[in-house]
Design a protein around this ligand. Structure first.
Ligand code: ASC
Length: 127
């Protein structure tokens, strides 16, 4: 594994790890396991708005490593579409967070979660 691949792998995995933490902080609210707190949602979504834009440039040429499937590089169009689906969902989640409306949050959170999962199913080795 080249230094370039190692650095790219470490970067994208670190970003997604922090993203998972912030999604995980909101998941119990979406599942109605804990009370909805609009301010907590806004803070987490504000962090995610930035993080969500970061991993994609780290899947450049000659950076295959870790759980990233070869399909990322053999099917760049599909991978790009999966990113756009996620970023589109993030826009909806951002709008829902700003509204402070629980149902809007719950629906948008579900949409984003589905986009995470479908991309992982196609482009990540394991879940
Ligand atoms: C998360 C996380 C994912 C997604 C996925 C949603 O919090 O780490 O990969 O949500 O589980 O289905």
């Amino acid at each position: 594994e080249s230094k370039k691949a190692k650095d790219a792998h470490q970067y994208r995995e670190s970003v997604m790890h922090v993203m998972a933490y912030h999604f995980g902080s909101m998941a119990p609210m979406a599942k109605k396991e804990i009370p909805f707190d609009a301010e907590v949602v806004r803070k987490n979504v504000a962090v995610l708005d930035v993080l969500a834009t970061l991993p994609w440039k780290a899947f450049g040429p000659d950076t295959q490593a870790g759980d990233a499937k070869p399909e990322i590089w053999s099917d760049p169009e599909g991978f790009k579409q999966a990113q756009e689906k996620f970023l589109d969902g993030m826009k909806k989640l951002d709008a829902a967070a700003a509204s402070g409306d629980f149902d809007a949050f719950r629906v948008a959170f579900g949409t984003v979660g589905k986009s995470c999962k479908s991309c992982h199913d196609s482009y990540r080795e394991k879940d």
